[in-house]
Design a protein around this ligand. Sequence first.
Ligand SMILES: NC(=O)c1ccc[n+]([C@@H]2O[C@H](COP(=O)([O-])OP(=O)(O)OC[C@H]3O[C@@H](n4cnc5c(N)ncnc54)[C@H](O)[C@@H]3O)[C@@H](O)[C@H]2O)c1
Length: 338
Amino acid sequence: MKKVKVGIVGLGRLGMRHANNLMFQIPNAALVAACSVRPEEAAFVKDNWGVPSVYTDFDQFLTNMEMEAVVIVSPSGQHCEQIGKAMARGLHVFSEKPLGVDVPQCKQAEQAVEAHPELVFQLGFMRRFDPSYAAAKQMIREGKIGKPFLVKCTSLDPDSRIDSFLPFAPTSGGIFRDLTVHDIDLARWLLESDVKKITAAGGCYKYQELADCGDVDNAVALMEFKNGTVALFDSGRIAPHGSHVETEIQGTEGILRIAVVPEKNRVLIYDHTGAVQQCTEDFLERWREAFLNEMIEFINCVSEGRKPEVTVYDGTKCTEATYAATEALRAGKTVELK
Ligand SMILES: NC(=O)c1ccc[n+]([C@@H]2O[C@H](COP(=O)([O-])OP(=O)(O)OC[C@H]3O[C@@H](n4cnc5c(N)ncnc54)[C@H](O)[C@@H]3O)[C@@H](O)[C@H]2O)c1
């Protein structure tokens, strides 16, 4: 079997999961190079997994002539520059979300993708690859709920993981760009339209330190779409019970609800507290299949010369919406997208 030779940049919380999938879970992928500014992470994959070439500098990493494709899992503000450099070097690119932390950056990434129609580009909106969301989308396509007109999205990160989030917070771009961006992608995908205007509210209800980097720990946004449909987003960092992502899609003939309880498995524990359902602990557990499925799709697109469904333009549209949501939250006013 011919393997797609991949390099990865970023070996942090999520980078290690993608690296693990590429190394051990995807038979037609070979992880041939890795790059992290933290030398101990690069040394780990070399010493423990046998990744042949490791780097601590991105430009040096790009001189590796074995790679055909790059997976970018570096901090959000670096994605667009790295996309541009990698594509200029003739490499297929998978980039984590968000595409960029501002719109001019995203436009640069669009130019890089447009300049290389022969290369595959995929953005990491992995929720579309979760089996339940994929099934819901298929049901909508089949008309099972009529015409969808309202999407309600809850995305609550677990309080138990706040210590790993706080160091990442200053480079995250804020709650809408970092967390709600996934739900905005889902809403655009499910409602088949783009955001027209946004109202938002929120605050630091538990972690005041997030205010130092202009962020909040909980926020709500209401978005009206160009086709007249509506989405409501409720995002937070302090869920006491686990990683909770729940979505409701209302249509003219029915309603779909996905993951109302973020169940870890199908076991119910009956004890002195009642009937207890354990919940998924963090995003790595909740989206295990989605992270694997999206990477399988990227590798297959490269080897079959196909273009993925998730495009660079989805990234720009979502970044535009998250930027406007951040402005709506800070200014306390409704923001209309151009
Ligand atoms: N799809 C999702 O659900 C999801 C979840 C978590 C994170 N992410 C995204 O993944 C990206 C990484 O997030 P994380 O939580 O893994 O961050 P992290 O801080 O844990 O890891 C960042 C990694 O990038 C490396 N790095 C930083 N600057 C670099 C450079 N110039 N060259 C090479 N390596 C560099 C660091 O050494 C580290 O290995 C972010 O953009 C984030 O938004 C997506």
